[in-house]
Design a protein around this ligand. Structure first.
Ligand SMILES: [Zn+2]
Length: 160
């Protein structure tokens, strides 16, 4: 049996914060505001995997009022999510994600993000797609005030 899940995440961009996407630090004047390291790509992937398992969302597993997750490494949360998946005998078939960010351009970082996410989820790089686009100057993302990410995953159930 296959299970599909979708995830979506947005963070406000502010000066003096790092911009981390898929566990990769991107040189940028502005970074993502939030409780953890605010990695929108990792968060969208976590929500997509939890969604495929019909097991709540990132907020229920990693509450942002829990000091354990303050400024935490989102790859650690992604890795724990992958563990939950494996405990249910589910494996990731593939993930596809889109990051929407006006600047900087992400082209040079896409492959290292794919490799980092693949390593964290313990899958082949060919199973992880990361795409990047802008919002053509429209809305808060287009004005450079926010970064957004969307992810969709397919899980396979080994027992059915
Ligand atoms: Zn987030």
């Amino acid at each position: 049996m296959f299970r599909i899940g979708i995830g979506n995440d947005t963070h406000r961009l502010v000066a003096g914060r790092p911009l981390i996407l898929g566990g990769v630090k991107i040189p940028s004047e502005f970074g993502a505001e939030g409780h953890s390291d605010s990695d929108a790509l990792a968060h969208a992937l976590i929500d997509a995997i939890l969604g495929a398992m019909a097991d709540g969302d990132i907020g229920s597993h990693f509450p942002d009022n829990d000091p354990r997750w303050k400024d935490s490494d989102s790859l650690e949360m992604l890795s724990r999510t992958a563990m939950l998946m494996r405990l249910r005998d589910l494996s990731l078939v593939n993930a596809d994600a889109t990051i929407i960010l006006e600047r900087p351009k992400l082209r040079d970082y896409i492959d290292v993000m794919r490799a980092t996410v693949a390593r964290t989820l313990d899958v082949e790089v060919s199973s992880i797609s990361v795409k990047a686009k802008t919002n053509e100057g429209l809305d808060a993302v287009g004005r450079g005030e926010a970064v957004s990410a969307q992810a969709i995953v397919l899980l396979s159930d080994k027992n059915s």
